[in-house]
Design a protein around this ligand. Structure first.
Ligand code: HEM
Length: 121
């Protein structure tokens, strides 16, 4: 299968819907209002990222199609638990100045790390 913008073939399946290792759909103005903004409220019911209404491949951190991540539900649950456990005990403060430059890998990451200070609550 030709991958738009990449010109490579997927070796294992013609029907794997999303093997593009970038965040283009996640910043696409056709899917998201203010596509570059940080707005977790998108994920609330009725928001642009509401699973009930969004395009099924508009948000694909776990891939999509037949080869989508089998650990997605576990990973989402674990992430919430880890963050809630940490946030209950510590206040996290960014020590770097300004916005970290993004680096596109399998997922979009802060280019020079994300130095934080943890303060006990
Ligand atoms: C935040 C955590 C995670 C992210 C962002 C992530 C992301 C991904 C992505 C992008 C793919 C490729 C999907 C595709 O080819 O379309 C994948 C595949 C896979 N993931 Fe994850 N994953 C995560 C956690 C996990 C966990 C916790 C497990 C196991 C418990 C897991 C098991 C797998 C497996 C087995 C595949 C291969 C599925 C296949 O090729 O049929 N992942 N993951």
């Amino acid at each position: 299968m030709a991958i738009p913008g990449r010109g490579r073939a997927h070796p294992s399946s013609d029907t794997s819907a999303a093997h593009a290792r970038d965040s283009r759909p996640h910043r696409h103005p056709g899917f998201w209002p203010d596509p570059a903004g940080f707005d977790p409220r998108r994920f609330l019911p009725g928001g642009a990222a509401d699973t009930a209404t969004r395009h099924r491949y508009a948000f694909i951190p776990f891939g999509g199609g037949r080869r989508a991540c089998i650990g997605a539900s576990f990973a989402e649950l674990e992430t919430v638990l880890v963050l809630a456990t940490m946030a209950r005990r510590f206040r996290l403060e960014l020590t770097a100045r300004g916005m970290p430059p993004p680096r596109a890998q399998v997922t979009l990451r802060p280019g020079r790390g994300l130095p934080m200070r943890l303060r006990h609550r």
